[in-house]
Design a protein around this ligand. Structure first.
Ligand code: ADP
Ligand code: GLC
Length: 475
């Protein structure tokens, strides 16, 4: 697998969790695999064993040859993780850019990474190359377009997983020479996209199979509304496209064993969740009121996640006598909005701007309700973590949210959360109000929590679906 992020080496979002834990689940089910990822500054500084290998790679980038070395680490029991090291590309403050914007040489950085991965694979050929996201997408394109240049792996089959069509790797056509591909590939059938070049599109055309991260998202991306301009290409490949729901790594996200939370709890010992709530309220300096409903959010702060809806209902939420805790980083506009809200309503809203893994666990454990009103959501992990922690998700019916959260049904005593349809402030508010009315009925709320905690989204089922796909490719 080739991926720009793998937990624990580097992470900006769910992609890292998914590649890290899917790999381990695949190994458990009998596959032999290795992983390739960039050696970012933060990955080299991490707290895991790293071994400098003697391997040196000559990587063609445009008409130059760039050098790389390879650092090795391990995941699961036998999975080798190869970190491609080239400090001029990856020894930087962050993975893709800073608050000032994306790094201007991102096209070159990920041409280099994708080519470098193929160079490494020439030394240890594989049956299947599974690329994640636009940053690794060109590996599938290079292999298809220039099989003879990578003869040792030329017969490998390719899988591309798109985790989010909002990120495609679109660059000016002036970057074209970097790719070292024949001009015939800069046409609408391949990488050309409205006068620019689109790395993801190239792989959507060239990969043998395409996957995305939930069944609903696999359908949604075929539409004009959610295809981000690639719906046409995806429709042409619909036969080879499959949606496989992400799983959860319950060795990390489980209130019975979580080392970060104040007290551990389980379905049969739910009362200890109260201690987690009070600890959270103290930690984020909200008044420790066990009876006040506490809503948590943990997210990249981008418009994908529905923050403009939250902006529009905030005043009305404040009227509802609840508390909110938000952990996130991203667009300055939302960072400022939440910082200002916390300042204005210090007893109601707490905002932590930044990336904080322990606090993420404490919010999952300490909140009553978890809010994910996404505009679109390929899968989403936090709603699944929330279910396990008995923290009831309020979500919009889209993508993976729709596939994992069932709407509360008072008649049948069913459901695991509160689901709303329209991307409108009132619809969000209605869902929160429905949640609050059940929150006040202690018995119904406890039963709802128990149903949520009993849901199982462990990786084994998803790993079996990937295995199935790989089998189709090699037989
Ligand atoms: P996405 O990949 O679109 O960001 P997901 O729900 O799939 O959304 O995954 C997000 C992952 O990143 C989760 O593991 C979540 O806990 C984590 N995360 C997001 N923002 C933060 C943050 N500010 N601090 C800690 N963890 C975060
Ligand atoms: C993306 C999506 C998210 C998904 C994650 C892992 O970043 O936004 O919905 O869960 O990838 O697949």
């Amino acid at each position: 697998m080739i991926s720009p992020e793998i937990a624990p080496f580097a992470k900006t979002g769910g992609l890292a969790d998914v590649v890290g834990t899917l790999s381990i689940a695949l190994e458990r089910s009998g596959h032999s695999l290795s992983l390739i990822t960039p050696a970012y500054r933060s990955s080299l500084a991490g707290d895991f064993p790293l071994e400098v290998t003697g391997t040196k790679l000559d990587v063609p980038v445009g008409d130059r040859v760039e050098q790389a070395t390879v650092v090795r680490s391990k995941l699961g029991s036998e999975i080798s993780v190869y970190l491609i090291r080239a400090d001029r590309y990856f020894d930087r403050e962050s993975l893709y850019g800073t608050a000032a914007g994306d790094y201007p040489d991102n096209a070159e950085r990920f041409v280099f990474f994708s080519r470098g991965a193929l160079e490494l694979l020439r030394q240890q050929p594989v049956d299947i190359i599974h690329c994640h996201e636009w940053q690794a997408a060109l590996a599938a394109v290079f292999l298809k377009a220039q099989g003879s240049r990578h003869a040792e792996v030329g017969s490998a089959k390719t899988v591309l997983t798109t985790h989010n069509l909002g990120f495609q790797g679109i660059f000016s056509e002036h970057e074209w020479p970097l790719l070292g591909l024949d001009r015939s590939y800069v046409t609408p059938q391949y990488l050309e996209f409205y006068g620019k070049i689109n790395f993801l599109k190239g792989a959507l055309v060239c990969a043998d199979k395409i996957t995305t991260v939930s069944p609903s998202y696999a359908e949604e991306i075929l539409t004009h509304e959610q295809g981000f301009g690639l719906e046409g290409v995806l429709q042409q490949r619909a036969q080879d496209l499959v949606g496989i729901l992400n799983g959860v790594d319950y060795s990390q996200w489980n209130p019975e064993t979580d080392p970060y939370i104040a007290e551990r709890y389980s379905v049969s010992r739910l009362t200890a969740k109260r201690a987690c709530k009070i600890a959270l309220q103290r930690k984020v300096a909200l008044p420790p009121r066990p009876e006040a409903p506490l809503i948590g959010m943990i997210s990249r702060l981008t418009s994908q996640k529905g923050f403009d809806l939250v902006e529009r209902v905030l005043e009305r939420l404040i009227d509802l006598e609840l508390q909110m805790v938000v952990l996130g980083a991203g667009e300055r506009r939302y960072e400022e909005f939440f910082a200002a809200a916390a300042k204005r309503y210090p007893n109601r809203v707490a905002a932590r701007i930044g990336f904080d893994e322990p606090l993420a666990h404490q919010i999952e454990a300490g909140s009553d309700i978890f809010l994910m009103p996404s505009l679109y959501e390929p899968c989403g992990l936090n709603q699944m973590f929330s279910l396990k922690y008995g923290t009831i998700p309020v979500v919009r019916a889209v993508g993976g949210l729709k596939d994992t959260v069932e709407d509360y049904d008072p008649e049948a005593s069913g459901g695991t959360g509160f689901v709303f349809q329209a991307y409108e402030p009132q619809a969000l508010l209605d869902a929160i109000q429905r949640a609050l009315s059940v929150f006040r009925q202690k018995r119904a709320w406890t039963a709802l929590r128990r149903r949520a905690m009993n849901k199982d989204f462990s990786w084994d089922r998803s790993a079996a679906a990937y295995s199935n796909l790989y089998e189709q490719l090699v037989h």
